[in-house]
Ligand binder design. Sequence first.
Ligand code: ADP
Ligand code: ASP
Ligand code: MG
Length: 404
Amino acid sequence: MGLIVQKFGGTSVANKERLENVARIITDTYRQGHQVVAVLSAQGKTTDELIAKAMDINPKASKREMDMLLSTGEQISCSLCAMAIQAMGYPAVSLTGWQAGFQTNSSYSNAKIKKVRTERIQAELDRNHSIVIVTGFQGLNKFDDNTTLGRGGSDTSAVALAAALKADLCQIYTDVDGIYTADPRYVEGARKLEEITFDEMLELASLGAQVLHNRSVEMAKKYRVNLEVLSSFSGKPGTKVKEVAKQMEKTQISGVAKDKNVARLALVGVEDKPGIAYQVFSLLGKENINVDIILQSYGRDERQDISFTVKRSDADQALAILSEHQATLGFDHIDVNKEVVKVSIVGAGMLENAGVAAKMFGALYDADINIHMISTSEIKVSVLLDEINGNAAVQAIHDKFFED
Ligand code: ADP
Ligand code: ASP
Ligand code: MG
């Protein structure tokens, strides 16, 4: 008997039947004698629909009002789930982010959790022996305003709760039955991993594998949360995310990921003199625009090009900021390409394996796919490609590394 946090994503709670299925998973766990705290996402595509409604009424809606709106989606799924559990004859109470004690900073739409005050949840568990259903993705800032944690943030709510409550286990229930070597929805031959390390999963999540929100992995590593990913539909064993993972077989990489939220900007004809890169990237940094891959061309006739990638959602803002400073930065023009993707391979053993990057580039060459940019670290290699080649590239690379 212990305390288990279970998180259910949007697909898992999309309609009445699925909510009842989730209620069954929760009450089965409760009947085994465990205390259960469940964290739910909004139903199906609710969050996308709410965003569309907001954009329809005001394309420049303030982030504060967006968070006020988006935090309603999770309230619907949670109250309905509590009702489903009560209908089955079990005690349940649903709580919003603020009722559950989630205190965040004030970055509307991308808030960071500062603290979770667990008194209320603990009282519901201990005194009322209730199942507790908590809205994912949201909290309260110091102005008592609702905040949201960024898209996919319910995973992070669940892990934060598991850490704060010192739960024995945090289960992330989703629509695939674990973490695979690539997205099983479109990559043929993708394999389910029995275990994966926090570091590898963090890298995969940050590089586009949305199966876990990257901040949830970071937090699970920091607070040693016992974490697993499994399906709310299949009942099969899932994937455990751990500090050290046993490898079933010797593969050079643990997975391939694709990120579509990327755009490339190129400053063409920049003066080749000290301080330019500093100026460009400070201007972007000041506006909280993160730059990822950077490529500076070989200078010619005292001119050079600097190209770099940002989130696609930041591209217009980055373009506006740099255009405003064209005179001081002294470039000829800016080229923006939003039809690119970043494809990456991740593996802890990459350092000891010479030739891993070459093998990846070889797979792309064989598939006749052109690479625009490359970046490497100890544990990953990323390439920037045309978006239309994204899926074929992931498949080709996956085939090369995981062929039998
Ligand atoms: P939820 O709504 O449950 O949070 P998400 O859509 O956020 O679910 O995440 C699950 C999805 O992640 C899967 O449907 C799958 O398409 C995608 N995915 C991407 N990469 C992977 C991977 N390596 N392993 C498993 N799923 C992956
Ligand atoms: N409902 C939010 C979203 O769609 C949070 C989540 O599902 O994790 O991004
Ligand atoms: Mg998700």
